[in-house]
Design a protein around this ligand. Structure first.
Ligand SMILES: [Cu+2]
Length: 380
């Protein structure tokens, strides 16, 4: 995951700055503006039937691509910043999403042309796929420390909201309501919305591969009475430490270890809907606590998407999912949250980078939650 940017809360501004700098130095890659306006039209849109109980929900699957994946050692020769040096990275503005709608759920997957899934079992490692809507300013959901929500340290809005995505730790959907769609919340995708795709995908086979990014969307067109808008909060376990680098490594000489966050304060009244950890191979689970009470036990699951080989040739079950909690829980501004993460690198060895002389891939421990803002009139 490209998390530095998530954590700054200004993903594209941060990336644009990096790109701009590189361009000034050598003009090696097309400029930020060019990259940001690279538009990808849908390859096709397929109508479906929503499985949500709420009446009036529409369902479509939007195919974007083709995306060409070079084998890891060839991809490693490409220039430009990537969190995984072997990955093929993509950034584009995706067209075809239903604007002026409340999005209830997005489900991102990688598929071959024949509709089968591209997974680690057939040599495609999904480091991350992220969709951001940059057409909206959002309120800050939390700040580090014990904060009086009436006097936040920073009184700012941030551009862009996480809107969906997937990673090797599971392709569970982004859910902006309860699983059946009946909780009265959704993500408002406005007329000015601009859905940006940012992806890093590793092809561990020897041959190039061609895949598609498919976003399944459940949505309510137009306005919906009293519906609550949502935003997504993502925090690394060390978010509030002095050095909040989200790329983690084990303490010297340790294979099994735990990390605990410092206190984090919620700044808004509302509901936490979907909550889930994000880890890499080696992680065993994450806990989310609100005011000291368990609000989600997000255990890591291994093996459902196949095995991967370590450098010593041994095969291990690959990380395949994180348990998700999605019963809406009410929270108030001033509530404190804490996150905990546990790792066991003996039981679940980390991936090893294919190029650049190998090296252990980084660990991660992010907790993400979808937050529904209580309406000013306190109606749900
Ligand atoms: Cu990650």
């Amino acid at each position: 995951m490209k998390v530095q940017s998530l954590i700054l809360g200004a993903p594209l501004a941060a990336q644009a700055a990096t790109i701009q700098k590189r361009q000034d130095i050598g003009g090696l890659i097309s400029g930020a503006a060019g990259l940001l306006t690279t538009q990808m039209k849908p390859f096709k849109i397929v109508d479906g039937t929503s499985t949500m109980k709420r009446p009036g929900v529409k369902n479509i699957r939007i195919f974007h691509g083709p995306l060409n994946l070079l084998p890891a050692d060839e991809a490693a020769k490409a220039k430009g910043f990537r969190s995984d040096p072997n990955s093929n990275s993509f950034m584009a503005s995706l067209l075809g999403f239903p604007q002026d709608s409340y999005i209830l759920r997005t489900n991102s997957s990688l598929q071959y042309e024949d509709g089968t899934y591209a997974t680690v079992g057939n040599d495609v490692y999904n480091h991350h796929v992220q969709l951001f809507d940059i057409g909206k300013m959002n309120d800050l959901l939390f700040q580090c420390g014990k904060i009086d929500p009436a006097k936040p340290k920073y009184n700012i809005k941030i551009p862009g909201s996480y809107f969906g995505g997937s990673a090797a730790d599971g392709t569970q959907p982004a859910l902006f309501t309860s699983p059946d769609g009946t909780f009265n919340s959704g993500y408002f995708l406005g007329k000015n919305s601009k859905v940006m795709l940012s992806a890093e995908l590793v092809n561990y086979s020897k041959k190039p591969k061609v895949i598609y990014h498919v976003t399944e969307v459940d949505y309510l067109p137009g306005d919906t009475k009293d519906i609550m808008d949502t935003s997504v909060g993502i925090m690394s376990v060390n978010q509030c430490d002095d050095i909040p680098n989200p790329f983690l490594s084990a303490p010297a000489g340790k294979k099994a270890f735990e990390m605990k966050s410092k206190q984090i304060t919620i700044l808004k009244d509302g509901y936490m809907i979907q909550r889930r950890g994000h880890m890499h191979d080696g992680g065993t689970g994450m806990l989310l606590k609100v005011n000291g009470k368990l609000a989600c036990d997000s255990k890591a699951q291994y093996g459902a998407q196949g095995m991967f080989k370590t450098h010593d040739g041994k095969e291990y079950p690959a990380l395949s999912g994180m348990h998700e909690c999605n019963d809406p829980i009410e929270v108030k501004k001033g509530d404190s949250i804490e996150i905990e993460a546990s790792f066991d690198l003996d039981m679940h060895p980390p991936r090893v980078h294919a190029g650049h002389g190998g090296g252990e891939a980084e660990e991660m421990a992010l907790m993400g939650y979808v937050f529904a803002f209580k309406r000013p009139d306190n109606k749900q």
